[in-house]
Design a protein around this ligand. Structure first.
Ligand SMILES: C[S@@+](CC[C@H](N)C(=O)[O-])C[C@H]1O[C@@H](n2cnc3c(N)ncnc32)[C@H](O)[C@@H]1O
Length: 281
C-alpha cells in the first residue's frame, strides 16, 4: 500500500534512502552520505516512471524481488554510479605511457596487457587504444590488448558501441580525430564512431571491483583505476588497491585519479609520479 503523500510527491523517505544506501555500500562499495539523497531520488524517479510504478515503496519492493534483481539491478547500478569521463582525461598519464613506459617496455617485450578497471562509457580505454595504435605505427610487430570493465553493464554497452557526440571529441587533436573517428553519414546527426581498429583489441566485461575478481588474469602490465576509489571508504579503497595489485605483474604500473592516492593505505606499490604507482611486491 502507498500513502497519499508518496503518490503525490514520489519522495524517497529517510528510511528508504538508508536501506538503499546500505545495499549500495555493501554490494558496490559506493558511499551514500545524506548529501546524495536528492541526487539518488532524482535518478530513481526516472526508473519509477520507466517501470510504470507509482512511488518509491513500489520501486524498492520491485528492486529487491527476484524479477527486479534479474532485470532492474543493472539500471539501478547505472542510476547510482557517476560515469563522468573524458577522452584524454588527466593527460599526464598518457604522456607517461607514450614517452616513458612504452619506449622502455619495448626493449623487453612486444605485447602489453592493459586493464581499464572503471571504463565507464569507453573514453578511457579508447584513449589508451589510440596511444597504442600510434606507437605501433612506429614500432611494427608490437601488439596490445585492453580489457575495459565497469560495474554498470548499461554504460559498457555504450562503450562498446563507441558512438559519441562530436563535442566529446573536441579535445582530441585534429590529425588523431581524423584517423580514429568516423563521422556519421547522416549530416544532421552530430556524432562520431570510433574506427574498428580501436575496437579490435578491446574487450568489455562487467566487473564489480569490490567482489572477488574471478576470471580476471593476473598478468597485467598496466592498470588504470581512475576516479572510482573516491566513492569508496578507506577500508574498501585498501581492499580494492590490493586486489588490483594481485592482478598486476611485478614492476607493472597502477594509475589512479587526480584526487586519489595510496596515502595511509598498506599496498605493495611505490609512487613514481603524481597518481602513478609501480607494483613493488
Ligand atoms: C567517474 S567514472 C570514471 C571513469 C574513468 N575511469 C575516468 O577516470 O574518466 C567511475 C566509474 O566507476 C564505476 N564504478 C563504481 N563503482 C564500481 C565498482 N564497485 N566496481 C566497478 N566499477 C565501479 C562507475 O560505474 C563509473 O563508470
Amino acid at each position: 500500500m502507498t500513502t497519499a503523500n508518496e503518490v503525490f510527491t514520489s519522495k524517497l523517505t529517510v528510511p528508504q534512502f538508508k536501506k538503499l544506501g546500505q545495499f549500495i555500500h555493501s554490494n558496490y562499495g559506493i558511499q551514500m552520505p545524506d548529501s546524495k539523497k536528492v541526487l539518488l531520488e532524482g535518478r530513481l524517479q526516472k526508473r519509477i516512471k520507466v517501470n510504470k510504478l507509482a512511488n518509491f515503496t513500489e520501486y524498492i519492493e520491485f528492486l529487491f524481488s527476484d524479477a527486479g534483481q534479474a532485470h532492474e539491478l543493472s539500471f539501478f547500478i547505472d542510476a547510482v554510479s557517476t560515469n563522468k569521463t573524458d577522452f584524454y582525461r588527466e593527460p599526464h598519464h598518457f604522456d607517461f605511457l607514450r614517452t616513458e613506459f612504452l619506449p622502455n617496455f619495448i626493449q623487453q617485450k612486444n605485447h602489453v596487457k592493459i586493464w581499464s578497471a572503471a571504463a565507464s562509457s569507453g573514453e578511457e580505454p579508447y584513449t589508451i587504444a589510440i596511444e597504442l595504435n600510434e606507437f605501433i605505427e612506429k614500432n611494427k610487430g608490437f601488439s596490445y590488448e585492453v580489457l575495459g570493465t565497469d560495474i554498470s553493464t548499461e554504460i559498457l554497452q555504450k562503450a562498446s558501441k563507441g558512438i559519441y557526440d562530436e563535442k566529446r571529441v573536441e579535445v582530441i587533436p585534429l590529425h588523431i580525430k581524423r584517423k580514429y573517428f568516423l563521422k556519421s553519414k547522416n549530416k544532421a546527426n552530430k556524432t562520431v564512431k570510433v574506427a574498428p581498429i580501436l575496437q579490435k583489441n578491446l574487450r568489455y566485461r562487467t566487473i564489480n571491483l569490490i567482489a572477488p575478481l574471478v576470471g580476471i588474469p593476473n598478468d597485467f602490465d598496466l592498470i588504470f583505476c581512475r576516479n572510482v576509489l573516491i566513492y569508496f571508504n578507506r577500508a574498501v579503497q585498501e581492499q580494492v588497491i590490493n586486489a588490483l595489485c594481485a592482478k598486476l605483474k611485478p614492476g607493472g604500473y597502477l594509475f589512479l585519479g587526480h584526487s586519489e592516492s595510496t596515502t595511509g593505505i598498506k599496498a605493495p606499490v611505490t609512487q613514481i609520479a603524481p597518481t602513478i604507482y609501480k607494483h613493488t611486491p
